[in-house]
Each structure stands twice: as C-alpha cells, then as structure tokens.
Design a protein around this ligand. Structure first.
Ligand SMILES: N=CN[C@@H](CCC(=O)O)C(=O)O
Ligand SMILES: [Zn+2]
Length: 430
C-alpha cells in the first residue's frame, strides 16, 4: 500500500545528522515541518517534506497513494516503550491497598508478595491464557500510539516458566502487529526455593538458563534487578558478563530503591541501558554519560510507589541520553499509558516537552538497539507513524491523562483509524 499523509499542522521528524542516541540540546531538536506531509510505500517511509516537494520528487507514488488528511493534527513516529514486564499472570491490586496503608514495595516482596506473587500466578498460567491476556495489553498499547514494546521475562524464575514467557512474547511478535522485543530477566528475584542459597540460583542462570535462551534465540537482552536484598552488584556483574558471552546485550535495573552503584556497573559492563536510576549517584551518572549508556527512566513507577523521581534533568545536563518508558508490570506500574508517563516526566523530572518526545521515540529506540530502524520519520525507516488529534505537540502533554491517538500506521498499514482499532486486531484468534 502507498500512503500520503497530507497537510499536518506539524510533522515531527527527529531528523538528525548522526545515528546515535540524542544527548543534551539534541534532545530538544524535533526538526518540525509545518504543514508537512509523509509519503509511505509498503512498510517504509519514502520521504518527508511539503506536499509540493513530494509531488515533484515522487509523482508516480503520489498519484497512486491513498491520502490521509492530517489537517489540524500532529504527525510523529510511533511511540516506543523500551521497558515493560509485558507477560505476566494475575494482578496485584491488593498490594496497592497495602502500600496505601503504609507498607513498602520491598516489605511486600520480602514477605513473599510482589514479584513472588506474580511468579506464582505466571507459573500456574497456561501458555494460551498468557498469550490471550498479553494480546489484549498489546491492543491497548497500540490504541495509545505505541508501536514497539520491549518485554522482559522474570516472572518464572525457573526455566520452564521463563521459557513460557519468552515463547509467548515470540509468538506475539509473530502474530501481533506491535513489535515485541524480548529481554531475558531470569535475575528478577531470588525464588523462594533458593532463598537459603542465592548464589546457586545465580549459577543456574549463568550455566543453564542463559545458554538455553541464546540457543533458542529467545531474547536479545539480559537484564538483572541489582538491588539490596535482590542481586548484589557482584552477582549482577557475573550474570551480565555471562550473558554477553552468549551474545545477550546487558541491561540493568539499577539504583531503584537504594543506591547500589548500579549506574556505575552499567557503564562498566557496557550495558546498552540502565533503568530506573531513582537514586543513582553523581559518579554513576557521569560514568553513564561517558559510556553512552541510555538511561531508561520510569516516572510512572516513582509516582505509583510514591518515591522521588530520577534526576532526569541532571542526567540530560550531564550528557546522558535519556529515554522514558512505562515499566508496565502488575506491581509498580500497572499502566500502558505512555502519554500519561510523558506528562509525569515533565512534571516530576524537570524535562521539557521536547526532551520527553525524544525520550519516547528515537532514544527509546536506541535503548533497545532499534535506533537505525524506528523512532524518527526519515527516508528508509520503518513506516511506524502516529497521527495525534492535537493542534501542536505541546497539547499532547498539556491535555494530560487523555488518549489523543487518531491514527496509527504500523509497518505501512493503518491499524488504528479515528481512534478505533482495526476490527481484525480486536480478537486474539489464538
Ligand atoms: N523493580 C523491579 N521490577 C519491576 C517491578 C516488578 C513487579 O513488582 O512485579 C520494575 O521494574 O518496577
Ligand atoms: Zn522493570
């Protein structure tokens, strides 16, 4: 199919002179075309420009294109969610009430709830149930303009269930139009059966699980929850380096609740990204800037746990490339609304609206090694395009807590039109 999106108030391209995550003032450079158009052929962007320039350069394609009128609207790349725990059994609204009554996230986890509660539900759930449930979540993401989602395992903590989660993600990548990018996170918690000997669990991850993940090509990344009471920096280092030997790119849940030199470790092991970073040290931030590690910040988690947000402003000023994601999971961030999370990034981390847009498109794409393929509207990139029913990009975050998605084009196909999901996507048809 050939598509021509015409007459948008603003086309936000994020075009840049280099192919790297954006830092410092680059994060404010949206490269907007006022009154712009986008030409798409098959699954690729052909060109972005004015209607007249596209007509002159590509008369044949323009002649056969189906036209989408974007008058009064904003056009931008599909949003990228670089951090989710997408596949899980059950929900944990009971813990939300416990936290409202004063319990902390770690209190609940140490008492066998939290990640352990979801692990139990995920172990019990059938593949089909997890697939159907996750398919619906992906539909919700798509309706909110998110066209690529990273998905971590880590609610199995035994091989069979970790594999089940990763296979669900794989099948969804094959069947659902949203792109699902997999991360192995066997090191999400120490399961009860290894409580007395956590190092034996670390050995199991290193010697058995990581080789199987690599052999079956079930994930591209390897993530660890490096946190006091979960995995130490020493254990985390071992797990991340072991993954690297098998071609799994390191990621790390770092400095979320207590400072633990996780940001420093991310830079040291060459992680593509470090996530959370609520209490990352000044040195850790400087190390990440030097190493070019993307900071994937999750202001929805801070909001939901009533914690102080990460120092996003400082990180950008220090030269760290920042991405913003939902952290969608049943405990600390049960939302798929990246647009709401974007508003929180403005409100609670001192980021500008322009920086937040960069953080949820091109920088998020780089956080999952997709920066060359998605995250900006440039010739040759995948045609993942979002049309928002707002007059300018500032309104996306100003009218907060709302879904402004009008049209979503994924791989060059219209999958959401006038805010409504394609009927073909509504049922999972497992
Ligand atoms: N902090 C660790 N892991 C998840 C939460 C998982 C859960 O509570 O189920 C996070 O990134 O927030
Ligand atoms: Zn997480």
């Amino acid at each position: 199919m050939t598509l021509l999106i015409n007459d948008a108030n603003q086309v936000i391209t994020f075009q840049a002179e280099h192919n790297k995550p954006r830092t410092r003032q680059e994060m404010r450079a949206l490269n907007i075309i006022v009154g712009g158009s986008v030409l798409i052929d098959e699954d690729r962007i052909v060109a972005v420009g004015t209607k007249e320039s596209l007509q002159t350069l590509y008369p044949e394609l323009v002649a056969k294109a189906k036209t989408i009128d974007a008058t009064g609207k904003v056009v931008m790349p599909g949003l990228v969610d670089a951090h989710t725990h997408l596949v899980f059994g059950g929900t944990r609204e009971n813990e939300f009430q416990m936290r409202l009554n004063g319990a902390t996230y770690m209190d609940i986890m140490n008492a066998g709830g939290g990640i352990h509660a979801t692990t139990k539900k995920t172990r019990e759930a059938s593949f089909e149930h997890l697939y159907e449930k996750t398919y619906k979540h992906l539909n919700d993401f798509l309706k909110h303009g998110i066209t690529t989602v990273e998905a971590k395992s880590g609610y199995g903590l035994d091989w069979n269930t970790e594999e089940k989660q990763l296979q669900v993600a794989k099948k969804l990548q094959e069947n659902h139009v949203v792109d699902v990018v997999s991360t192995f996170m066997g090191a999400h918690a120490v399961p009860a059966e290894f409580k007395e000997n956590p190092d034996a669990f670390v050995d199991l991850i290193i010697n058995e699980m990581i080789p199987k993940v690599a052999k079956e090509k079930l994930a591209e990344f390897n993530d660890v929850f490096c946190e006091k009471g979960v995995f130490t920096p020493e254990q985390s280092r071992k797990i991340l380096l072991a993954g690297k030997e098998y071609g799994l790119i390191p990621k790390i849940h770092a400095d979320e609740i207590e400072p633990y030199e996780g940001a420093e470790l991310a830079a040291e092991v060459g992680a593509i990204s470090a996530e959370h970073l609520l209490v990352a040290s000044d040195k850790g931030i400087r190390d990440m800037a030097e190493a070019g590690t993307v900071a994937v910040l999750l202001p929805g988690t801070a909001f939901f746990l009533k914690a102080d947000s990460a120092r996003g402003r400082l990180m950008i000023d220090e030269g760290v490339p920042v991405a913003i994601s939902t952290d969608f999971n049943p405990g600390s961030s049960p939302t798929i609304s990246l647009p709401f999370i974007m508003n929180l990034a403005c409100m609670n981390m001192g980021m500008t609206m322009e920086e937040v847009l960069t953080a949820t498109t091109i920088n998020a794409a780089y956080a999952i090694n997709r920066g060359q393929e998605i995250g900006s509207l440039e010739a040759g990139k995948k045609a993942d395009v979002l049309i928002l029913d707002v007059a300018n990009y500032q309104q996306l975050q100003y009218f907060y807590g709302m879904n402004h998605t009008h049209t979503v084009i994924k791989n060059g196909q219209i999958v959401v039109a006038d805010g409504v999901l394609n009927s073909g996507l509504q049922e999972s048809a497992y």
